[in-house]
Design a protein around this ligand. Sequence first.
Ligand code: ATP
Length: 196
Amino acid sequence: MFKVGLTGGIGSGKSLVADIFSRLGVPVYISDVKAKELMNSNAELIRALKQEFGNDIYNGTELNRKALADIIFNDEQKLNRVNKFVHPIVRNDFNSWTEKHSDAKYIINESAIVFSSGLHQALDKVICVISPLELRINRVVKRDDTDKESVEKIASQQLSDEERKEKSDFILYNNEEELLVPQIIKLHQTLIQLAL
Ligand code: ATP
């Protein structure tokens, strides 16, 4: 199976691009959504997180996101511990999901952390969505009803666009100057050829 990663900084337009690929018939695995689902449904993961951070981070089998966020807030070591539990479970889930889509020409895994999680090593190609920071901030402020500073902080903790560009195989520009959909359709044709 030909596997393609889809990444980009906060608010770059990954979800929008993923949705367009999905409308073109490409199966898309949204890592962030799946990770959240698995934290509420995977018994092994629930057990490990409770053991590490205490039973109070769950209300029954439902993750208390606020409690976990409070624990890992500004604590990189604890965040790394969470990732150490979550990433392998998500990776296994992605592998099983991929097997279920063996009839597809290629599949996409959308994740903000394709490179920092090491996922890129299991992928054939990576697409990166690039948007100017100012535009990304404005879009996320509007989407999440948050403030500029919070978005800037998250952006500053992510890879820079320069680093992402260098590591990626394909770039999609979502910048209000170049039309996005034609870029995606062209790339879709290229990926179908590569996957043959
Ligand atoms: P995050 O990293 O936070 O998950 P993302 O990279 O998935 O963000 P999106 O959610 O796809 O980004 O886009 C951010 C916001 O900007 C959304 O509300 C989306 O609808 C809007 N948006 C993205 N691209 C465009 C565009 N070309 N035109 C209009 N709105 C856009």
